[in-house]
Design a protein around this ligand. Sequence first.
Ligand code: FAD
Length: 161
Amino acid sequence: MQHANPAAFREAASRFVTGVTVLTTLDQHRNVCGMTVNSFITVSLSPPTVLVSIMPGRMHRAIAESRRYCVNVLPEDGRGLSKHFSGRPSAGTKPSYELVHGLPRLPGCVAFFACEVTQSIDVNDHTLFIAEVSSCDHCDNAPLVFFSSRYHLGPGTPIDR
Ligand SMILES: Cc1cc2nc3c(=O)[nH]c(=O)nc-3n(C[C@H](O)[C@H](O)[C@H](O)COP(=O)(O)OP(=O)(O)OC[C@H]3O[C@@H](n4cnc5c(N)ncnc54)[C@H](O)[C@@H]3O)c2cc1C
């Protein structure tokens, strides 16, 4: 099979609007690991199941060991946290955590999911970590939005449902 040009693929994929999450977990030394992720999707409702697609690295190793992760959906003022957890830490960003069911949660997020990994599937250069959701909650604050490789404020203007 012929594959799409990598640059064209990235450009086209960037036109799919997403929110921005920070995955958090504890590594084998019980240190908090965090990573910015927008590949979060819901997979099924019963049981509530989600997945994230993660490239090899520190967070990949931590999830493979702990078999647990939190999904923290960032609010619209979360751009600093997103940059911090994607390898661009800034002096002014100092993340804090609260432990919930033994998992590190970022306070002030618009939604939170505590997840237990049930399957991990290697697909080319990433791994899908499929997980059942043991608890979740949300608030009605506006989310951070990612589109065309840039951050945007809020959810836009509703037109219908
Ligand atoms: C909008 C967006 C969406 C993305 N989506 C995905 C995706 O779906 N899948 C994917 O594989 N990659 C994704 N990435 C890329 C990914 O966020 C980076 O490649 C990331 O640096 C890899 O994380 P790591 O744990 O492997 O590396 P690391 O570089 O070890 O960690 C990432 C950053 O988090 C900081 N950090 C980690 N733990 C802590 C802590 N306890 N306290 C303070 N700081 C900490 C580190 O200092 C580092 O700057 C996305 C990036 C962006 C900007």
